[in-house]
Design a protein around this ligand. Structure first.
Ligand code: PMP
Length: 290
């Protein structure tokens, strides 16, 4: 997605704004403490992809954090559709953020009278276009995904410090991405993407209960796999399962479907995107781009 020259469209707490003018308070608890949630949505063909699923996930995250969103689902959906229309983008990315809002110093969320909502419509290019054809090598990060006993991974919260540290580990190892484990050592996801493997014709992905976000793209890939009669499993997967997989790939709204060619130096299959991965990429493109 190019369109780097198109101005972003920004909506903040009820008003349209611009990149230069849109600002949040330094007392906002999203900024001070990472107290908030977000969604990352895609625009394909001028329409928001799987908007209802993103709203379901946003509402689930808000409910889990006792965060009251001061706009109805219908109001937010109408605002997002208008933002896309204003942007005139056929392809793009939307970031929707809800923070606890502006309060006093100190953690107490009850001192934040009103949650802050803002949305940005812009372009996104996470990886160079050419690596989609070849796939990428990844490492396993030593930084673990936050355990459920601290913060549930199914909440799409503004707390990404573990994932950022894992991303830094990947970059220091010369990779674009890293696998992350939970505290029991099971593979759960990448730093901002879900992860899948193919073994003996079965498509497997870590079950959300082990500490993975229930990605919208993950859901679409499971759907298109079922339509293609590829058996799927959401299950417990160790690094061994990934090291010995026939194919592996990761998924996300920004990244879409990205083949993985090696994990910690273990070459996956023949080191090229495998046939099931290629079929799923084709089917995913058919769903998103018609
Ligand atoms: N896991 C994490 C930690 C994420 O931040 C994301 C979103 N970038 C995903 C998985 C993928 O989810 P989705 O397909 O909804 O973008």
């Amino acid at each position: 997605m190019s369109a780097a020259n198109i101005d972003p469209v920004i909506w903040i707490d009820g008003s349209w704004s611009t990149k230069d003018k849109a600002a949040v308070s330094v007392y906002d608890h999203g900024l001070l403490y990472g107290d908030g949630i977000f969604e990352g949505l895609r625009i394909y063909g001028g329409k928001i992809f799987r908007l209802e699923a993103h709203m379901d996930r946003l509402e689930a995250s808000a409910r889990a954090l006792l965060l009251s969103i001061p706009y109805s689902r219908q109001e937010l959906m109408a605002m997002l559709n208008e933002a896309v229309a204003r942007s005139k983008r056929q392809d793009g990315y939307i970031r929707l953020v809800v923070t606890r809002g502006s309060g006093t110093l100190g953690l107490d969320p009850n001192r934040c009278p009103r949650a802050l909502v803002f949305a940005i419509v812009d372009g996104i290019q996470l990886y160079p276009a050419e690596v989609y054809a070849t796939g990428i090598p990844v490492i396993t990060a030593s930084t673990r995904r936050t355990p459920r006993s601290s913060a549930e991974a199914r909440v799409k919260s503004l707390n990404y410090l573990n994932n950022i540290l894992a991303k830094i580990e990947a970059q220091r190892a010369g990779c674009l991405e890293a696998l992350m484990l939970n505290t029991e050592g099971l593979v759960v996801e990448c730093t901002a993407d879900n992860v899948f493997l193919v073994k003996n014709g079965i498509l497997k992905t870590p079950a959300a209960i082990h500490g993975a976000l229930e990605g919208i793209t993950r859901g679409v890939v499971l759907e298109v796999a079922a339509q293609a009669k590829i058996p799927t499993q959401e299950t417990a997967l160790a690094l061994f399962d990934f090291y010995t997989a026939d194919e592996a790939f990761m998924t996300g709204s920004g990244a879409e479907v990205m083949p993985l060619t090696s994990i910690d130096g273990r070459v996956i299959g023949d080191g090229k995107p495998g046939p099931v991965t290629q079929k799923l990429i084709k089917d995913f493109h058919a769903v998103t781009r018609g």
